[in-house]
Design a protein around this ligand. Structure first.
Ligand code: GLN
Length: 315
């Protein structure tokens, strides 16, 4: 067993024993019944080796972590024109907040809050039917993960469609400002289905490999995005990936990361590792309580941080 197997095994054992597990999101019907006892971790290294522990192969609702991947698709479709419709600043507000939209004329602060991701979904809808966009998104995720078994949980999507009144309000409000171009039920149809993607930690860490690897999928050798775009997506993950908890996550973990209300977090150590953790209990900012703690312990034991001295900057 190598050192990293020991570390992830220890972390999983520590998380199993943790008393403070946070609170499972209950505003999405199908997420309310998930047990807070779960914990999984998967670490995929640049050389392709994979280190897993706990429930690393159990699929969960990756929710807002999908926003990293739809952003990647939208940048591929329209390039920097996206930034006319979405900002790149941390919001300092809750993930589903509407407050800034009025004074900022319907332009969401960043692509990772709900309003921003809804605009990204609307961008993907241009010249396509909702079903085509959802199918294309699923194909993209399966290719990135190298796993054809990944599926969307339609019950989760339908539950959100029935109860997602805040997201409906956000979409309609932005439509009033002209920043949602399509019927809001179509735009939200994409958003709710992307959020309902079910993946395990192992699959999610696999899907994140292109971000650790300068934009290139190490399995296919194909470039998913340019190295510069990969760096920029990571910068947004670091500054905005945990909503109003982004500063705290950067302080404690020091890696770009994106959380989801299903309790997952994808974190990237550039050039080193793609890491996925999952524990359904959330802290008060809607980010996984034990997922964050596990990543904090992982970086403490490995020394991984984007704030380590750059020893090989090539100049
Ligand atoms: N589908 C969720 C919502 O729109 C995503 C939020 C999240 O994961 N933070 O409320």
């Amino acid at each position: 067993m190598d050192g990293l197997d020991v570390i992830v095994g220890e972390i999983a054992a520590e998380m199993a024993a943790a008393a403070e597990r946070g609170k499972v999101a209950d505003y999405i019907p199908d997420l309310a019944s998930v047990s807070p006892r779960h914990f999984g971790i998967a670490v995929i290294m640049a050389d392709g080796t994979c280190h897993v522990a706990g429930d690393a192969d159990l699929a969960f609702s990756i929710q807002s972590i999908t926003k990293v991947f739809t952003l990647t698709m939208a940048l591929g479709a329209v390039g920097d024109a996206l930034w006319k419709r979405v900002g790149r600043e941390p919001s300092g507000s809750a993930f589903n907040s509407i407050v800034q939209l009025e004074t900022e004329h319907g332009i969401p602060r960043n692509p990772f809050i709900n309003a921003g991701a809804i605009v990204v979904a609307d961008v993907l809808l241009a010249r396509h039917q909702p079903g085509e966009v959802i199918a294309e998104f699923l194909r993209f995720m399966r290719t990135l993960a190298g796993d054809e078994s990944i599926v969307i949980d339609h019950e989760v999507a339908q539950g959100e469609q029935r109860t997602g009144f805040r997201n409906m309000a956000l979409a309609n409000y932005m439509r009033a400002f002209g920043n949602v171009h399509h019927p809001t039920e179509n735009t939200l149809g994409i958003y709710f289905h992307q959020c309902a993607l079910a993946m395990s930690c192992r699959q999610l860490a696999q899907a994140g490999r292109f971000l650790m690897n300068g934009g290139r999928n190490p399995e296919t050798g194909r470039s998913v995005v340019s190295a510069q775009r990969a760096r920029r997506i990571l910068a947004l993950m670091l500054s905005c990936g945990h909503y109003d908890g982004s500063g705290e996550f950067a302080y404690r973990v020091g890696l770009p990361g994106k959380s989801g209300v299903g309790g997952g977090i994808l974190a990237i150590a550039p050039g080193v590792a793609s890491i996925a953790v999952w524990s359904p209990g959330l802290n008060e900012r809607g980010n996984s309580q034990l997922g964050t703690l596990a990543l904090e312990r992982l970086v403490q034991r490995t020394g991984w941080s984007v704030f380590e001295p750059v020893v090989q900057c090539g100049v």
